[in-house]
Write a protein that binds this ligand. Structure first.
Ligand SMILES: Cc1cc2nc3c(=O)[nH]c(=O)nc-3n(C[C@H](O)[C@H](O)[C@H](O)COP(=O)(O)OP(=O)(O)OC[C@H]3O[C@@H](n4cnc5c(N)ncnc54)[C@H](O)[C@@H]3O)c2cc1C
Length: 406
């Protein structure tokens, strides 16, 4: 594995870092206030955010996750991961660079599985940043970690799907143009072919945005929504991919998607680390700067080691996807999903502690990052599920070895 960063990627990283530090980070607090003061207007659609999107397009750095023919940068998973490490520093950067979740994952599956008509209607407006979207899978009444329990159903009635059910945590639904819903279309089929993904236009009769779920006491940006589907009728042609392929399509978005997430969490951890180091040299207590206390030095050293370890693990998983495909890298992806999320929480916790009362206030980005980061241990598969996947595979290989020896 080659650890060097190609010159072209390094130039992009330098440009993005400068843009994020000078054009985005100083504005974050004001954009968040817009959300709170002007709700249901959404910080993601703040006029300054939209204006910066045009600048990013002019820089040729728009929608980096997509292939070139889909208007993206056509990068490998590893190289795009290296850009995500920088984008991850700010909540707003992915939106401004055209690769915000869940739009990025929705765009990927629409590109891979959509018909020409679906691309025209859903993909291209999303790719251009003209609309936002949501992904509606998790339900309040059944386990999201084991999606074979999902109850929302879609029945074909003539040339329309009729969708009924209740979802929650549909991120970004506020102000979105459309969503992609996971619904049971074939209840009698084998469990992994029971579900399909279906597009739904915002404003379709029967689609009710019930409430944004306050996460750790806050509703941010597009929000995480509880949504009711009451006899929601959409054209039969809104089915994405073959009928019954809902889980297979979901898997396509989750492999590389987890690399993107982990690299963004690294960006968050690196920003928290910088804040911790800077503050520890400025703040004095008991006769000298905090940076001279051994406990604080230990936190700095441990954080540096954990960030480095998480970074190498994630780049290795990205490299493996590029070499062998996401299926072969399944265990590596699970390993980084839970360990990078933990690293993020540990580094953030230390950074907050070094800042004392300031750390838990909203006067630094740390408290926001902590609220956001805590959910990383739950979405895209809770820690425990990824650990189960890893342990089962290791034990399987172990018993094969033992059987071979005996
Ligand atoms: C901020 C945020 C954004 C989200 N965005 C979206 C979105 O855009 N679209 C969407 O559809 N969903 C979204 N989700 C939902 C997310 O995907 C689910 O919360 C997740 O899949 C877990 O499902 P659950 O909440 O139903 O937990 P459950 O499945 O009920 O699990 C609860 C807990 O049980 C434990 N557990 C589960 N299985 C095992 C096991 N095998 N062994 C040991 N312990 C276990 C875990 O600790 C787990 O946290 C989001 C969630 C959050 C927090």
């Amino acid at each position: 594995m080659d650890f060097s960063i190609p010159a072209e990627i390094q130039t992009m990283r330098d440009t993005i870092l400068d843009f994020v530090k000078t054009r985005i980070e100083p504005k974050e607090a004001a954009w968040f206030r817009y959300d709170e003061e002007e709700y249901p207007k959404c910080a993601e659609d703040h006029p300054e955010v939209v204006a910066l999107q045009a600048e990013v397009k002019a820089l040729g750095l728009w929608a980096g996750h997509l292939p070139r023919e889909a208007g993206g940068l056509g990068l490998s998973v590893m190289h795009y991961g290296l850009l995500n490490e920088i984008l991850g520093r700010s909540y707003f950067a992915p939106r401004i660079f055209g690769s915000n979740a869940p739009d990025s994952g929705n765009a990927e599956i629409l590109w891979h599985f959509g018909t020409e008509d679906q691309k025209e209607r859903f993909f291209w407006p999303l790719q251009r940043g003209e609309v936002r979207s949501f992904f509606s899978m998790t339900e309040p009444d059944v386990s999201g970690a084991d999606p074979t329990y999902l109850e929302t159903a879609a029945e074909l009635d003539g040339d329309e799907w009729v969708i009924n059910g209740c979802k929650w945590y549909s991120s970004n639904a506020n102000g979105a143009g459309f969503g992609i819903v996971m619904a049971k279309t074939d209840p009698d089929a084998p469990v992994h072919t029971r579900y399909s993904q279906i597009m739904v236009d915002a404003g379709t009769p029967g689609l009710k945005l019930v409430r944004p779920i306050p996460v750790m006491g806050h509703t941010t940006g597009g929000g995480h929504w509880e949504i009711e589907y009451n006899d929601v009728r959409v054209p039969a042609s809104y089915l994405l991919g073959p009928r019954g392929s809902g889980f297979a399509i979901a898997q396509t978005r989750l492999g590389p998607g987890r690399i993107h997430h982990c690299m963004r969490w690294l960006g968050q951890a690196e920003r928290a680390f910088e804040l911790m180091c800077a503050y520890s040299t400025q703040r004095h207590a008991f006769g000298g700067p905090l940076a001279e206390k051994q406990t604080v030095q230990t936190w700095i050293a441990e954080s540096a080691a954990e960030i480095q370890a998480a970074r190498l693990m994630t780049l290795h998983a990205a490299w493996k996807i590029d070499q062998l495909g996401a299926k072969e890298a399944r265990i590596d992806i699970s390993l980084i999903k839970f360990s990078v999320a933990k690293m993020l929480m540990d580094v953030l916790d230390r950074a907050i502690q070094v800042h004392g009362g300031l750390g838990v206030s909203d006067d630094t980005p740390l408290a926001f990052m902590w609220r956001q980061g805590r959910a990383a241990r739950i979405y895209d598969g809770p820690d425990e599920v990824h650990k189960m996947v890893v342990a089962r595979q290791i034990l399987k290989e172990q018993s094969k070895k033992l059987a071979a020896r005996s």
